[in-house]
Each structure stands twice: as C-alpha cells, then as structure tokens.
Design a protein around this ligand. Structure first.
Ligand SMILES: NC(=O)CC[C@H](N)C(=O)O
Length: 235
C-alpha cells in the first residue's frame, strides 16, 4: 500500500458506530469485511463511556430526530459535540443530517439537534415524498477505482442545499455528485449548473465524511475503506 508509511500513530484503531437506532448492524458488517493492515476494533456506541474509547465514529441512517432524541436521553449529545471537534465522523443519510450545521424541512417543533461538524445546510427528505427511494450509479472523486461507478441507494435521503463556507473552515471536497437529470423534478430549476450544491451526495470536510445515501446497504465497501484509510489513518 502506497501510504503505509503514514500509518504510524495508532497500532489498533477503534471505530465506533452510533447504535441507538437505524442501520448500525450493516455498517458493522461492512467494517468487518475490510482488509486493513492493523487491528480494527468495532464498538457499538450507546453510552458516553463507549464513545470515549473510539478513534472515529460512524453515524448511521435511520431517523435523525429519533437518533438525536435518543442521544440526548443517553447523555450522549454533549460528548458527541465534543467528539465532532476533535475526531473523524462519517454520517450516512440521517447521520449526514446530524453532522450538518443547519437543516431545513420537516424538523419538528423545538428544532433538531445537530452536531455541526460540516458547514452545509441540508434539507431533510429533500427528494420529496414522491421519490422515497431510488438507486443511482455515481462517479467518484478520490476514492479507489473511481472509474468504476458506485451503485448508491437513496432512502428518503436529505439534499445538500447550500455550502456554507466560512474562511476558518477546512475546505470541502466533493466526493460524489448525482447527475442533474436524476434530481427530482421539483428540485430542478432553469439554468441549474452541474455544480449546484443539490447535486452533491458525498463530501468531505477535514476529517469528516458525509454521504446522503447508504453505502452500508451494498456489498461495495469502498466508502468504508476510504473513511478508515483517508479520514482516520491519514487525515
Ligand atoms: N434513510 C435515512 O436515513 C432517512 C433519513 C430521514 N429521512 C431523516 O430525516 O432522518
């Protein structure tokens, strides 16, 4: 492996998966399939003590308001906010919502708790009720075998509606976009550019990764591999 020389600061890594609700078991299976050159310990996180043992965290898809509520009840909300400031987090779908700085659409009264690790505004259920779930082949940027499309599964997925770039924030790198013609008709506007934020479905900012779809529900583990190698081991 070309970047083996950089993998020096940890002998064994502990990746946590927030296991309060949603697709955490599928992420666990994906992580166990990875072949990496060090011991990978997977922790299902339900308490602040479990979180404190993790070098990085995955927040799965599910229902973002429920996950936030359960996190509050478990006393995990503040520890998660602290974790976001210092360690890598990957949010998938509902997890992507929680990792965003701002959310629109469908948040219940009293708003929605967010961790704010990634400076974007995201819309819950942004594909509209008529498209609950769909698949799309994605072209990847910076991920292994990027010429091989990634078959992405979107389930009541959120939509990135705005990139909020503040000068002090780390750069945002777009990892995958969805072609304009696959956007739901309600989102398409005249003269919309192919670079519109709404086409962004995977991005990285600093050590954090966000995907609006569900890599853990496929057998293609390239996003799990990317998170562990690029965000956790050689950020
Ligand atoms: N598949 C998912 O994670 C759906 C996310 C869900 N629509 C939410 O708002 O939290």
């Amino acid at each position: 492996m070309a970047d083996q020389g950089k993998l020096t600061y940890l002998d064994r890594i502990s990746i946590g998966i927030l296991a309060l609700q949603g697709a955490f078991a599928e992420h666990e299976a994906s992580l166990h399939r990875l072949k990496i050159n060090r011991q990978l310990h997977v922790i299902l996180v339900r308490t602040p003590e479990e979180l404190s043992q993790c070098d990085a965290l995955i927040i799965p898809g599910g229902e973002s308001t429920t996950i936030a509520l359960l996190a509050r009840l478990a006393g995990l909300l503040e520890p998660l906010k602290d974790f976001t400031k210092s360690k890598p987090i990957w949010g998938t779908c509902a997890g992507a919502i929680l990792l965003s700085q701002s959310v629109s659409g469908g948040a219940k009264k009293g708003g929605q708790e967010l961790l704010g690790g990634i400076s974007i505004k995201i819309a819950r259920n942004g594909w509209g009720s008529q498209i609950e779930s769909f698949e799309a082949p994605l072209e990847l940027n910076g991920i292994r075998e990027s010429t091989r499309p990634f078959q992405a599964l979107f389930i009541r997925a959120p939509v990135v509606v705005e990139i909020l770039s503040f000068p002090e924030d780390p750069l945002i790198t777009v990892v995958a976009r969805i072609p304009l013609e696959l956007l739901p008709p309600a989102l398409i506007e005249e003269n919309m550019s192919e670079n519109d934020p709404r086409t962004v479905v995977a991005l990285r900012q600093g050590r954090h990764l966000l995907t609006t779809f569900h890599p853990e529900l496929t057998e293609d583990d390239r996003f799990h591999e990317y998170f562990v190698h690029s965000c956790v081991l050689s950020p």
